[in-house]
Every structure is written in C-alpha cells, then in structure tokens.
Write a protein that binds this ligand. Structure first.
Ligand code: ZN
Length: 262
C-alpha cells in the first residue's frame, strides 16, 4: 500500500539511481507525453511531497519536474543497464528513463505530467503539511482538520488537503491505537493533536524500509492491528475485526476497542 513512507522511500531509490546524471534516453508510454524526449536533461533531485513524487530535471538553465503518483498500485523500479526488468508485467510500464549507469522504470503510474519546476507549488499547493517533510507542522494539520468539524475522523485523516501522506493503512491503525470509532466526527475527537501526532509517527517509523508495520513486528501476518484483518480476532481483546465502506474507501476497526460514542 503506497503511503507517505513508501513514496518517500521510492524518492530515495530514484535519487540514488539517477541524481547527478544526464538522461541518455526516455520512453513515455502515456498519450499525454508520447512525444516527449528527455535526452540531455540532467536529473538534479528526486523528492516526495505527501504521496506525490517529484523528479527534478535541468537543461540549459531550464528546470522541469516529472510528477507521478503511485495511488494504490503504482511503483518505480531501478535496474542496471542490461539487467532483466523483473518488476511488473511490461504492459504496465508508463515510462522508462535511462542514464549511463541506471534504468528507472515506472509501472502503473498515475497523474504522470511534466511541468516547469516553478509550477510545483501550483500543482501541489492544495496539500496540507507533509508528514515526512522538513516543514511538517502538526498545528497546521490540526487547524485544517478542525475546519470540517462534521467530517468523520477517518475521512479527515485521508484528506490530503489536511495533511499529506496518510493512506488507508495508517488511518485504520492510528484510529485503533487511539480507541476511536472511525465515524467519530472531528468535533468529538477528544485529543485531535494526539491523533495527528500518532499518525505522523506511524508513517515516519517506516521510513527507510519497505515492510510497513504498526505493531513493531515485521513478521508476515503480524504487522497490523486491524488493517487487512477482517473477521480475525483483535490482538487486544479477541473481538472479530470489522470492515466496512466509508466514503470511497474501506475501513477496519475493532468494535470493542473502538466503540461508537453516543
Ligand atoms: Zn479489540
């Protein structure tokens, strides 16, 4: 599940593979960039903002950013020249970037666009504070969430305009750890700042590795309390974990540890 930590890790992988080098070839397999040729552009930096990836390029004093979003299923993989591309089926490839020492292949990417770097703020300016950014600002995230007091806390945490980087996994897990019923209106959450801070800690604790855990265990089947565990016993109380649709996503919760407040 690509959430803020996965995107952050992916940005580092692209940085290591490409930064400082000139692109020797590019092959876009999306209609909007089909005739784009990035040969001769230097990759200066790979960054992430919430769940968005930003690959910054320069040439002759011009600056461009290749923007991509992983959503549920996108991925970037890097290979040595000549190495077999083992990542995903070929029909999912959306872009291939080559340098002398690396090949970066983007699979099932979304929102793939090439923009002037100066326009990044316009593209992503709506995002709330980035959980993994150097400018992470929990007070601002809380302020934004409070602007919609009737919204459920689960949907508020997923809304990237409030804070950028939480996805369904960390949302579900943070609410379990806080004992919050996912449909609790924001106005009724007793310690909103504590919930926001916990969500940030969960994402940040998984920076630098690909296995996402909220329980502290990296063993298969033990990495979450409620997420992906429908009908399995709650790790705390043994009650069957429930799953339901909420907005356009699903949510998991323990009905005993996260009781509905009346
Ligand atoms: Zn429970």
């Amino acid at each position: 599940m690509p959430e803020g930590d996965t995107v952050w890790n992916t940005a580092r992988v692209l940085e290591r593979a490409l930064a400082g080098d000139v692109l020797t070839g590019s092959d876009f397999r999306v209609p909007q960039l089909a005739i784009t040729d990035l040969r001769g552009w230097t990759v200066t930096e790979s960054a992430s903002r919430g769940k968005h990836l930003l690959l910054r390029l320069t040439r002759d004093g011009q600056a461009r950013t290749l923007h991509s979003h992983l959503r549920m299923d996108g991925a970037w993989r890097t290979y040595a020249p000549g190495q077999r591309w083992a990542g995903r089926p070929g029909h999912l490839i959306r872009v291939v970037l080559r340098t002398k020492r690396s090949v970066a292949v983007g699979y099932h990417l979304h929102e793939l666009t090439l923009i002037p770097t100066a326009d990044e703020a316009r593209l992503l300016g709506y995002l709330g504070p980035d959980l993994l950014g150097s400018d992470w600002d929990p007070d601002e995230a809380v302020r934004r969430i409070r602007e919609q007091p009737d919204t459920s806390i689960a949907e508020a945490l997923l809304d990237q305009r409030n804070l950028a980087g939480v996805g369904n996994l960390y949302k579900s897990e943070a609410l379990f750890l806080r004992g919050l019923w996912p449909w609790t209106p924001v106005a009724d959450v007793p310690d909103l700042a504590g919930t926001v801070t916990l969500a940030q800690k969960l994402v940040a604790s998984n920076k630098g590795r690909w296995t996402q855990t909220t329980t502290g265990s990296l063993r298969r089947g033990e990495t979450s309390y409620v997420y992906g565990r429908r009908a399995l016993p709650c790790r705390r109380c043994g009650t069957a974990i429930q799953k339901a649709e909420q907005g356009d996503r699903v949510t998991y919760w323990c009905p005993r540890c996260q009781p509905e407040r009346t």
